[in-house]
Design a protein around this ligand. Structure first.
Ligand code: GLU
Length: 279
């Protein structure tokens, strides 16, 4: 209906439509996945976490963390100014859907590269390797690592590799509670509703540092979590550009500076960046 009216409307309307499309600084409207496109003021919509101090956190003054810095660096390399980034919350369970629906151009949100996820989306990277670990209350003495979890109540987040690993490797031994975000798990840990929170050591270190004196990181990592930038399946041109941006960030020293700035205060040592495998 709308389409046929446009067809009948003649050359003037068509020209007007083209002009509109050309100057739209629209987010994901351009075929190239935003950014870099022809517009004079290109923008990007990027998914991050909102509740992970040191990684992706929404604060009264803006968005902060290592993932935010990585995303901002990539955007700059794609020709997009930081002020033209629209930040969208990408909770663990929502990430593939956000990408597939085109709600975001890409996601930088402690997003582990896995074969299961790669069936639905593509990754660039990895740009960091974290390790699944345990966070407990400061006075906890009975949980000392992954082999001391029998009969314990563990919290993790729906749709995360952390929750999946508990289901795969600790089935029948632990009581897994799945919440929607890590901040909810932390509330449960503080109140005593759960005995430990399990996910990447980066996230746990950030949460511990932001809540000084309340929690401690067990520090016995039991997985490798290769963080990738999630993007639409088949968009190899965009993936190549993102990989080049990651490489440049690492070689320029900006990567190490961002790790030190955001994870250093939580006591997280700066590792070596991993080799890029998603090509
Ligand atoms: N890196 C893990 C994952 O991608 C856990 C952290 C998270 O939920 O973002 O599932």
């Amino acid at each position: 209906m709308r389409f046929s009216r446009v067809l009948r409307a003649g050359a003037v309307a068509v020209a007007a439509g083209l002009a509109l499309a050309a100057c739209g600084s629209g987010n994901s409207g351009s075929g190239g996945g935003g950014g870099g496109g022809g517009g004079s003021n290109p923008s990007l919509t990027i998914g991050i976490k909102f509740d992970q101090p040191g990684l992706g956190q929404k604060t009264p003054s803006g968005y902060e963390g290592f993932d935010v810095d990585v995303a901002t660096y990539i955007a700059k390399e794609l020709g997009v100014d930081a002020s033209n980034i629209d930040w969208v919350e990408a909770k663990s369970a929502d990430r593939e859907t956000l990408i597939k629906n085109g709600d975001v151009d890409f996601i930088v949100a402690t997003y582990s590269i896995t074969d299961k996820r790669k069936a639905e989306i593509d990754f660039a990277g990895p740009y960091f390797v974290a390790h699944q670990d345990l966070l407990v209350r400061k006075d906890e003495t009975s949980i000392t690592g992954p082999d001391s979890l029998n009969g314990k109540k563990l919290c993790s987040v729906t749709g995360s590799t952390s929750a999946q690993r508990v289901k795969d490797e600790f089935a029948g031994k632990v009581d897994l509670q799945q919440y929607g975000g890590y901040s909810e798990c932390l509330t449960g840990l503080e109140s005593g509703a759960v005995d430990a929170l399990t996910t990447d050591d980066t996230i746990l270190a950030g949460l511990a540092a932001a809540n000084e004196g309340k929690f401690k990181l067990v520090g016995k990592g039991f997985s490798d979590e290769n963080y990738g930038v999630g993007l639409k399946k088949g968009d190899t041109a965009q993936r190549d550009k993102i990989n080049a941006a990651i490489q440049k960030m690492e070689e320029s020293g900006a990567w190490a500076a961002a790790v030190e700035k955001h994870l250093g205060p939580a006591g997280y040592p700066t590792p070596k960046p991993p080799a890029i495998t998603e090509k």
